[in-house]
Ligand binder design. Structure first.
Ligand code: FE2
Ligand code: FE2
Length: 222
């Protein structure tokens, strides 16, 4: 079952690790069969960077929230953006990162395609229909929906944002938005931190952002 979502920011009941994410890669090999099934879809929009880094953050968030269904969170974050692999690539930057990008048609399309891919790849790997529909419910609307439905949904949404606070996320996403790294870091602090739903994610984001800003010398390179 999914876990009801308390008011944000949700306090952590377990440990909160704010160390560099590279120190704690995603654990275990139980999801490797899913990874193998979506390799082509990871070759789009730097999903092969975004998804594993976000999975590592998702596992930290699950440690901070032992009451959450960790398998649901882990599978949903792994698959949430694979739908980008089935939309017109030329439209990703043209429509997906400009104007009111969260409401662009291509955003809805990548969510819909992601749900379809989950329903294709998970059944042969032994996941049951009820679990798959819970995964799809999180993928559906992960960018375009204003609110989270459950704690698991909230942890996926926070993990989806947290990778951007690491220097690798800043390197990729600042380019997508045609911003210099310092301006992008300012935007992360002003716009993305307030969107985070859990106290653990806020602490991880701010610690990572401080490290990234120092590393990238954003105080002078602006
Ligand atoms: Fe997405
Ligand atoms: Fe994402």
């Amino acid at each position: 079952m999914t876990t009801p979502l308390p008011a944000a920011p949700v306090p952590a009941g377990g440990p909160v690790d704010t160390s560099p994410i590279a120190l704690t890669p995603a654990r275990g090999s139980d999801l490797d069969a899913i990874w193998s099934a979506v390799v082509p879809e990871t070759r789009v929009r730097s999903n092969d960077i975004h998804l594993p880094v976000s999975l590592a953050y998702a596992e930290r968030l699950c440690d901070a929230h032992p009451e959450a269904d960790a398998l649901l969170v882990r599978v949903a974050i792994l698959l949430h953006d694979v739908g980008w692999g089935r939309v017109d690539e030329s439209r990703i930057i043209a429509e997906g990162f400009t104007g009111d990008w969260r409401k662009a048609a291509i955003r809805y399309e990548h969510e819909k395609q992601g749900c379809e891919i989950a329903r294709e790849v998970l059944p042969p790997l032994g996941y049951d229909d009820a679990f798959i529909e819970r995964v799809a419910a999180i993928i559906d609307g992960h960018d375009t929906r204003a609110e989270a439905y459950s704690l698991e949904d909230a942890l996926v949404r926070d993990a989806d944002r947290l990778w951007r606070f690491d220097h690798v996320g800043i390197a990729l996403a600042s380019g997508w938005f045609s911003m210099d790294p310092a301006t992008y870091c300012d935007r992360l602090r002003a716009e993305i931190v307030p969107e985070l739903l859990t106290q653990a994610a806020i602490e991880m984001a701010l610690a990572s952002l401080a490290r990234s800003e120092a590393l990238l010398k954003t105080d002078v390179l602006r």
